[in-house]
Design a protein around this ligand. Sequence first.
Ligand code: AMP
Length: 202
Amino acid sequence: MVDFPRCRVATWADIDQLADRVAEQVLAAGLRPETIVGLTRGGWVPARLLADRLGVKRVYSLRAQHWGVTATPSGRAEVTEGVSGPVEGQRVLIVDDITDTGESLELALARVRDGRPTRAETAALFHITHSKFTPNYFGEEIPKESWVWVVFPWNYWEDLASLAERARSVAPEGVRTLLRERCGWDVPPEHLARLATWAERH
Ligand code: AMP
């Protein structure tokens, strides 16, 4: 378990640029997907961004579970909900936000292939080089020596909540300092305040 992972906060502008890059690669390869499958939950927004750029109307989901709380893998990945629609005879692009172990996308590809598509390929916004599975298309490669936990805009508050809770358990007064020093995440104070008010209402 990585107690306090190095973090990199990805902005919406970063995501937009990465989606552009992936879309460009898919177009250059001539895949012309008819269906996009987004992995739940990290692949949903990237799947939708790619569907928009590639003019794909049919977007399905598939649930692969692996990582528990932030930066803490919980054993091997497994597909807990299969593809949400039929893919037989279609050209399919399977999308996730990042390949780290690569297990989720590898399993998703196998599951989609079971549905007899004519072609099935994979894409991720980020690809970490130690991943045992390399997607056909990816926006940015992260060298394994520079592993980071990418804080995606769609996981921002969840990541902040879990890391702040960990930080609070070891340094109740110094959550911001600890996150800055250990994780490299300079959290705006108002975000910690907002987190506290949300927690009360959950
Ligand atoms: P994988 O280990 O490739 O099966 O990753 C499974 C999922 O866990 C990814 O789709 C992400 O949502 C999440 N994840 C794994 N590694 C990271 C990371 N370094 N940064 C952010 N999210 C991650």
